[in-house]
Ligand binder design. Structure first.
Ligand SMILES: *[C@@H]1O[C@H](CO)[C@@H](O)[C@H](O)[C@H]1NC(C)=O
Ligand SMILES: *[C@@H]1O[C@H](CO)[C@@H](O)[C@H](O)[C@H]1NC(C)=O
Ligand SMILES: *[C@@H]1O[C@H](CO)[C@@H](O)[C@H](O)[C@H]1NC(C)=O
Ligand SMILES: *[C@@H]1O[C@H](CO)[C@@H](O)[C@H](O)[C@H]1NC(C)=O
Ligand SMILES: *[C@@H]1O[C@H](CO)[C@@H](O)[C@H](O)[C@H]1NC(C)=O
Ligand SMILES: *[C@@H]1O[C@H](CO)[C@@H](O)[C@H](O)[C@H]1NC(C)=O
Ligand SMILES: *[C@@H]1O[C@H](CO)[C@@H](O)[C@H](O)[C@H]1NC(C)=O
Length: 412
């Protein structure tokens, strides 16, 4: 942008000199047409920085896939702090709990073959004027929603329009000037689920999953929204009993049932059922974004046995890190279900888009709260280092840059 303005100014100055020297109508006409030509060239030059349109539903085009790239140094960051945005949850307010390093705030996502713009909150709000957006999934989905609210807070602070008293799981915000509503539905398994033993500690509890049954706490609200951003993740690693058609069909990490199933089995089926709920909603005519799995970055042990994520900078390329087999199989299972749902949606005017943030997230082992999601003195309670959620501000903000890019694509 800066270059563009400078070169335009230079050009105008040159033109003035020329106008003083030559004064016939013919020359003025020539200058006028040159000006138009240069304007067109400058316009084109400027627009070459943008991802070329049209992107396909998976963010790819013949020239650029916005989800393949690397993190590059960006001293201009950050775009909000815990004082300009009061919506940061304590557990993700890493600066509050004394995270000493700040370099992790200063990177931006650079697709290999084009530029990704940093989210412009005014542009975002204008695009979604009169619309409503739901984040459906677990606490990492809520993490992205809170990042979005913080990024938008520069332009407007949202009003709490929640109609339940459950502050954390079902929350609604409204931007009065833009009549834009954002909601959060907490449904970590996407389908109906229940904890099998009520008094077990949640981190290691056994769950019953009804893989073909809707979680009506969110599915009954589908038609209230224009955009649904759906995701799921680490909850599927709990020990689980899987039910289909009301019958126990297998289990995960258990010995009491004959059939042991893979994590990816339950994960794929849950997405299948969630997409079915969306595709069979008669009124919903909006866009569903599958935000792909967010890998965790536990190192030095098991997550519940002192593992941590102490790195202070991104991996510089995928040659330094690969998605592990477990996460890969979940990624493949969800993308497979996405493709089926996308085809089904085409038949009745429902759009599906892949918000494929997995690769970008994988390269950011430095972006998690680690031990900075609470005070060290609270150690009385068992705290695990958090290498799953993302500090705010932090790399998760880029997911919303990518979301805006996808929103733009459907607006063009
Ligand atoms: C993106 O699209 C191009 C051409 O449309 C194709 O050649 C390429 O394989 C695609 N890349 C990915 C990662 O899907
Ligand atoms: C914000 O972070 C600073 C450290 O950068 C900390 O001292 C302060 O308590 C935090 N404020 C809030 C409201 O979280
Ligand atoms: C706000 O947007 C909703 C659709 O989301 C629409 O039904 C309603 O009329 C709008 N209200 C105003 C005041 O524009
Ligand atoms: C938002 O409003 C709901 C319903 O009035 C209320 O129960 C909840 O505590 C409010 N949340 C916040 C953060 O103020
Ligand atoms: C468990 O598997 C064995 C061997 O395949 C089979 O004989 C048995 O009927 C199975 N039990 C149940 C409860 O499915
Ligand atoms: C990644 O960065 C390290 C230094 O931090 C460097 O040695 C290495 O060559 C880089 N790898 C690539 C693929 O750029
Ligand atoms: C710490 O744990 C002890 C024993 O379980 C308990 O009595 C005490 O109240 C706890 N302290 C805090 C601050 O939670």
């Amino acid at each position: 942008m800066k270059e563009f303005h400078l070169s335009k100014l230079c050009f105008i100055r040159k033109m003035r000199v020329l106008v003083q020297q030559i004064n016939t109508t013919k020359s003025l006409l020539l200058i006028a047409s040159t000006l138009i030509l240069v304007t067109i060239i400058l316009y084109h030059h400027h627009h070459h920085h943008l991802p070329p349109f049209p992107l396909s539903s998976d963010g790819n085009s013949s020239r650029c896939n916005i989800f393949l790239g690397e993190w590059i140094w960006n001293p201009d960051a950050t775009y909000y702090t815990n004082t300009t945005c009061n919506l940061i949850r304590n557990q993700q307010n890493c600066m509050k709990y004394g995270r000493p390093d700040t370099d992790f705030l200063k990177w931006r996502w650079k697709p290999n073959d084009c530029e990704l713009r940093i989210l412009d909150p005014l542009e975002f709000l204008k695009l979604v004027r009169g619309k409503s957006m739901a984040f459906v999934g677990d606490s990492v989905g809520r993490n992205q929603m809170q990042s979005l609210l913080c990024l938008l807070s520069k332009v407007e602070k949202p009003v709490n329009v929640s109609y339940t008293t459950d502050k954390q799981r079902y929350k609604r915000w409204r931007y009065p000037s833009y009549n834009f509503t954002v909601a959060n539905f907490w449904t970590p398994f996407l389908v109906r689920a229940e904890q099998a033993e009520a008094d077990a500690p949640i981190a290691t509890a056994l769950f019953n999953l009804y893989l073909d049954e809707y979680d009506v706490k969110w599915t009954s609200h589908i038609d209230e929204f224009d955009y649904i951003i759906i995701s799921a993740g680490h909850w599927f690693y709990h020990p689980t009993m899987f039910y289909e058609n009301g019958k126990l069909v297998g289990c995960l990490y258990c010995s009491s049932v004959n059939s042991t199933l893979q994590v990816s089995y339950g994960y794929g089926k849950a997405f299948q059922t969630a997409f079915k709920a969306i595709n069979s909603s008669p009124k919903f005519k909006g866009t569903t974004y599958l935000r792909t799995i967010s890998p965790s970055h536990f190192e030095n042990g098991l997550w519940n046995k002192g593992a941590n994520c102490p790195r202070k900078k991104p991996f510089n390329s995928s040659s330094e890190i690969k998605l592990d087999d477990g996460a890969s199989s979940l990624y493949n299972a969800q993308v497979e279900e996405f493709k089926v749902a996308e085809e089904e949606g085409k038949k009745n005017g429902k759009r599906f888009r892949l918000l494929d943030t997995t690769h970008a997230a994988l390269l950011r082992p430095d972006g998690h709260p680690n031990s900075y999601g609470h005070w060290p003195e609270e150690k009385n309670v068992t705290f695990y280092n958090d290498c799953v959620h993302w500090c705010l501000p932090g790399p998760i903000d880029s997911w919303n840059d990518l979301l805006l890019e996808m929103l733009r694509m459907d607006h063009n």
